[in-house]
Design a binder for this molecule. Structure first.
Ligand SMILES: C[S@@+](CC[C@H](N)C(=O)[O-])C[C@H]1O[C@@H](n2cnc3c(N)ncnc32)[C@H](O)[C@@H]1O
Length: 247
């Protein structure tokens, strides 16, 4: 078993995600969380500009156990997924969770901090998505990844990201409003916040470490060359945004 992360580390991300215990917990909770995210994962899939009979290949960055990939593969029966992931523990859990799609997906070892894009393959990607992974990157990597994804896409290809955000620094009080409203939807949340296990606390600290407001991320997409950049969905601190590479 991997060591439990020490929350006082400067960056606990790798220790957390490369822990068998965290991967197992994440996988055990994935069905419930996928149900809670169903509408959003379906929207990520439907934003991709394909018909039900189109064959295409997409990359899922920071794929984890494959929630976004499963939503897209279910929506498009002829699509194939490349799941980019750097944690062997998450990859092992995901390979099991993806078994209904055997033959239509492959995991590649991709560290978003220093990706070897040659592992993704020589062909330009038709689309790329990410869910709950970009917010784990320091800002310089968030920005760079958008440019790197752009370079991997074929002209006309889309990139869609589903992620949590922070309120803008200028909007004092907004995060408290988001929390109050979120708590109305999840009445257990206030108790859960004040009764975290050590693992939950470490994961929470890791979850928020590099989380930032929305606007710079949209600007970085545009700076990378993406057009049709939009926030396609937003609910409090959760967003789906993306754009396309011009033809
Ligand atoms: C919150 S999980 C989300 C997983 C999945 N995308 C989902 O929506 O269920 C974050 C994932 O990002 C992965 N991740 C974090 N840092 C990474 C990095 N530097 N390179 C590749 N994957 C990374 C983790 O291993 C983990 O699987």
């Amino acid at each position: 078993m991997g060591a439990m992360p020490d929350p006082t580390d400067a960056d606990t991300n790798a220790a957390i995600w490369k822990s068998e215990e965290v991967a197992r917990t994440f996988a055990a909770q994935s069905e419930q969380r996928e149900q809670q995210r169903r509408e959003q994962l379906t929207l990520v899939a439907r934003l991709l500009p394909f018909g039900p009979d189109d064959a295409f290949t997409f990359l899922d960055l920071g794929a984890g156990t494959g929630a976004a990939s499963r939503a897209i593969l279910a929506e498009y029966p002829r699509a194939s997924a490349i799941l980019g992931e750097y944690s062997p523990q998450m990859t092992a859990e995901g390979t099991r969770a993806m078994s209904a799609f055997d033959g239509r997906f492959r995991y590649v070892e991709l560290d978003m901090l220093a990706p070897d894009w040659s592992l993704v393959g020589p062909a330009p990607l038709d689309a790329a998505v990410s869910a709950l992974s970009i917010h784990h990157m320091p800002d310089d990597r968030k920005r760079a990844i958008f440019g790197e994804v752009y370079a991997q896409l074929r002209p006309g290809g889309w990139y869609v990201n589903f992620d949590p955000i922070r309120a803008p620094d200028t909007e004092k009080g907004l995060e408290a409003i988001w929390e109050r409203v979120n708590d109305r939807y999840d009445p257990q949340a206030p108790h859960a916040r004040t009764h975290r296990t050590a693992q939950e606390q470490a994961r929470y600290e890791n979850h928020i470490r590099y989380m930032i407001p929305l606007q710079p991320q949209l600007e970085w997409l545009r700076a990378a060359g993406f057009t049709n950049v939009d926030v396609f969905w937003k609910r409090l601190d959760w967003v789906i945004y993306g754009g396309s590479k011009p033809l």
